[in-house]
Ligand binder design. Structure first.
Ligand code: PGA
Length: 251
């Protein structure tokens, strides 16, 4: 049985005060049984972990692929995240792939660096609208996931999480249909199963892309959907908590 997981990716939003009050509300009211992880901007991680690291999971929105200390101005290593109490690192988010030109090899290196430092990677994969319209969704998912499986090994997926985030659904208000989501998730699971059936059965696959309180329950009820990676709706405690409750009701 895979435990439902809801993660909030704040992206570059918020202030220290907003971060502290949002996480205080989430920590106070999160439902039992569902795992909740928050990815705030880097500067707020340490105070938030000090205040609520006992009840919520925290992670970096990105992580360096360089696993040794060195002259990498602006980079944040997996070891640093682990040092301040993070358990997670988001890797391969489409905004990093798109705006920072991160390719599959770099994403795979980040995944491996996170793993090596003892962090759980949350690997984002997903196709553009053009790729979907051209019937290339499965080819894109194969390319993105296989790059990481080949570089890090299927064993590295033990306890890791894959987030299926179709780019056309992120921040657009257009959510993928439950059927589209289930189809992509079951395909992702089949790719993992080609490496190791047991790991595939245990790996949580989250959906991300315009998840809201109104659509969360029907998405999370799909057989291969183990929760969600939430952007916009994770910035409001009531919305995020309603999504956590939806996950709980599908557990
Ligand atoms: P969204 O973002 O929920 O605002 O669509 C999801 C994400 O980018 O992780």
């Amino acid at each position: 049985m895979r435990r439902k997981l809801v993660a909030g990716n704040w992206k570059m939003h918020g202030t220290r005060d907003m971060a502290l009050s949002l996480v205080r509300d989430i920590a106070a009211k999160q439902p039992d049984g569902t795992e909740v992880v928050v990815f705030p901007p880097f500067p707020y991680l340490d105070p938030l972990i000090r205040a609520h690291g006992d009840v919520l999971g925290f992670g970096g929105q990105d992580v360096s692929e360089h696993d040794q200390p060195g002259a990498w101005t602006g980079e944040i290593s997996a070891a640093m995240l682990e040092d301040i109490g993070c358990a997670w690192a988001l890797v391969g988010h489409s905004e990093r792939r798109q705006h920072h030109h991160e390719g599959n090899a770099q994403v795979a290196a980040k995944f491996a660096a996170a793993r090596q430092a003892g962090l759980l990677p949350m690997l984002c994969v997903g196709e553009t609208k053009e790729q979907r319209d051209a019937g290339c969704t499965e080819a894109v998912l194969t390319e993105q996931l296989s790059a990481v499986i080949e570089a890090a090994g299927i064993e590295a997926f033990r306890d890791a999480v894959v987030a299926y985030e179709p780019i056309w659904a992120i921040g657009t208000g257009t959510t993928a249909t439950p059927e589209q989501v289930q189809q992509a998730h079951s395909f992702i699971r089949s790719l993992l199963a080609a490496g190791d059936a047991k790991i595939s059965g245990l790996t949580r696959v989250l959906y991300g892309g315009s998840v809201k309180p109104a659509n969360a329950a029907v998405l999370f009820a799909q057989a291969d959907v183990d929760g969600g990676l939430i952007g916009g709706a994770s910035l409001t405690a009531d919305d995020f908590l309603a999504i956590c409750a939806a996950a709980q009701s599908c557990a």
